[in-house]
Design a protein around this ligand. Structure first.
Ligand code: BES
Ligand code: ZN
Ligand code: ZN
Length: 503
């Protein structure tokens, strides 16, 4: 367990094995940062600056071993994107540098008051959170199954000291540090769930994780087993589950610590523990990534973790249908006609479009909560990644206000969302010759037709669908996101829920 503490004073007063100092590129502010934070390095930094080696440019990073200790100077560049995101990326760059040696006590210097105001345009609190998010999320690695592992480095960090050189700010550190730690833990939790291989993170294990989370935080948790799923006539979940060696489960959690009577927000997460494609089997290249097809479920569980730890004054219901999607003699087939729990019949055109089938049953189940809003989150279509790559989550829905709120949460967390159209023509593309709907509309507009399929089951409740197929599963690491499971959705949804008015 890493200890997080807040301090006031320059490196001469604060003991640490390494001091990380972010610099703006603006020359005046650069000099002021030197004078305020590390005047003892004035000469050496002046030399580095005039030699062009370190001028505060974006991602510039220099480590120095001096008589005053070990320093990492890191550049923030000029203002372009949001101040918070610049800080996250800057600290991620510094964390990368830190990975090459062992430092038990790390001091992270907050930007000075002037830099916060003139260069970053954010509050001291938001800066503190962003710094810690950037550094700690960058240090994450999934190495539960390695003898000698990369986390050796992070494992050696005993204490992170967040330091300010502005008098009067120290007292403001504590709350922001605790806030950041909750968010970091929640994202790491979601990443670990997603990255776990499907042989270990199977239906039973995912359910156990949810139950354990419910116990830890007194979140009411109910798990429907197969007979109960049958009694609910969840034909989508049952069809997808046909090829599995494990029975399906349907997780229902409710966070409502103060027994508030307000209408809940319902979060629905796709919980496919492995997506082979079923009989319409996927090509073998990258099929291993499909252990992360429960990233929507991971995002929802990570969000429950965060809101419970924050004790947010909200009411949130989480719904997670869980199964894998496998081949075999018992598997469902193209051409099959199945019946979703609301009676809608679906002609299966492609068994690999399984996410929408299990989500359909979950969206029908959501109706009973008379929700204020339903948000589903799912690694639903390759098409969304064709449109947006890994740089934004696809957002489709029926309520502008809800989508605006999620866009705002996306900007502030930089888990950005981008709206894709949900014209009624997309619903028209789902007509079947033999049933109410087909599960696949053909080649084009895949993210929109998938959302149109889901929309069929939401009725009038304000609803948003977040397609995280591009953002949840990363082909390569960047800034503070590792290769593999990104944990996307946790900070986004938590930020959205924190923006809701208290009862
Ligand atoms: N889980 C996949 C979507 C996916 C693809 C997520 C790549 C992450 C990375 C989903 O179940 C799927 O297979 N969708 C199909 C739908 C198609 C058959 C209409 C797809 O996108 O190819
Ligand atoms: Zn699939
Ligand atoms: Zn899938």
């Amino acid at each position: 367990m890493i200890k997080y503490t807040g301090h006031y004073g320059g490196p001469d007063r604060i003991k640490a094995d390494v001091y990380v100092i972010p610099f703006p590129e603006d020359d005046t502010l650069f000099q002021k940062t030197v004078n305020t934070v590390c005047p003892q390095l004035k000469k050496v930094i002046a030399a580095l600056q005039s030699g062009g080696e370190f001028t505060g440019k974006k991602k510039e990073c220099t480590s120095l071993l001096t008589d005053y200790g070990r320093f990492i100077l890191v550049g923030m560049g000029h203002p372009d994107i949001s101040g918070a995101e610049r800080l996250r990326r800057t600290m991620a760059r510094a964390a990368k540098e830190m990975k090459s040696w062992v430092a038990p006590t790390v001091a992270l210097y907050a930007p000075t008051e002037e830099v916060l105001k003139k260069d970053l345009s954010i509050s001291f609190e938001d800066a503190t959170i962003a710094m810690l998010e950037g550094a700690m999320l960058a240090l994450y690695s999934y190495d539960a199954f390695r003898k000698k592992n990369a986390s050796d480095k992070k494992g050696k960090i005993k204490e992170i000291r967040v330091v300010t050189c502005d008098e009067g700010y120290q007292s403001r550190l504590k709350a922001s540090i605790s806030e950041a730690v909750i968010l970091i833990e929640a994202v790491e939790y979601a990443r670990n769930l997603a990255n776990a291989p499907a042989n270990l993170m199977d239906t039973q294990t995912l359910v156990k994780q949810a139950v354990a989370l419910g116990k830890k935080f007194t979140i009411k948790t109910l798990v429907l087993n197969k007979p109960e799923i049958e009694a609910n006539k969840m034909g989508g979940l049952l069809a997808v589950n046909q090829g599995s060696k494990s029975d399906p489960r349907f997780i229902v959690m409710e966070y409502n610590d103060k027994k508030r009577r307000l209408r809940p927000t319902v979060l629905v997460g796709k919980g496919i523990t492995f997506d082979s494609g079923g009989l319409c089997i996927k090509p073998s290249a990258n099929m291993d990534d499909m252990k992360m097809d429960m990233s929507g479920a991971a995002a929802v569980l990570g969000t429950m973790y965060a809101i419970a730890k924050f004790k947010l004054p909200v009411r949130v219901v989480a719904l997670i249908p869980v199964t894998d999607n496998m081949t075999g003699g018992a598997a469902f087939r193209p051409g099959d006609i199945i019946t979703i729990s609301d009676g809608t019949t679906v002609e299966i055109k492609n068994t690999d479009a399984e996410g929408r089938l299990i989500l359909a049953d979950a969206l029908v189940y959501a109706q009973r909560f008379k929700a204020a809003a339903i948000i589903d989150i799912a690694t639903l279509t390759g098409a969304v990644a064709v449109a947006l790559a890994s740089h934004a989550t696809g957002m489709l829905g029926n309520d502008d206000e809800l989508m605006d709120a999620l866009s705002a949460a996306g900007e502030s967390t930089y888990e950005r969302v981008w709206e894709l159209p949900l014209f009624e023509e997309y619903a028209g593309m789902l007509e079947s010759d033999v049933a109410d709907l087909v599960n696949v509309a053909g080649k084009w507009g895949g993210a929109s037709t998938a959302a149109a399929f889901l929309q069929h089951f939401v009725e009038d409740t304000p609803w948003v669908h977040l397609d995280i197929a591009g953002t949840a599963i990363l082909e390569k690491a960047s800034d503070y996101n590792p290769k593999g499971g990104s944990g996307v959705g946790v900070r986004l949804l938590t930020s959205y829920l924190r923006s809701l008015p208290a009862e």
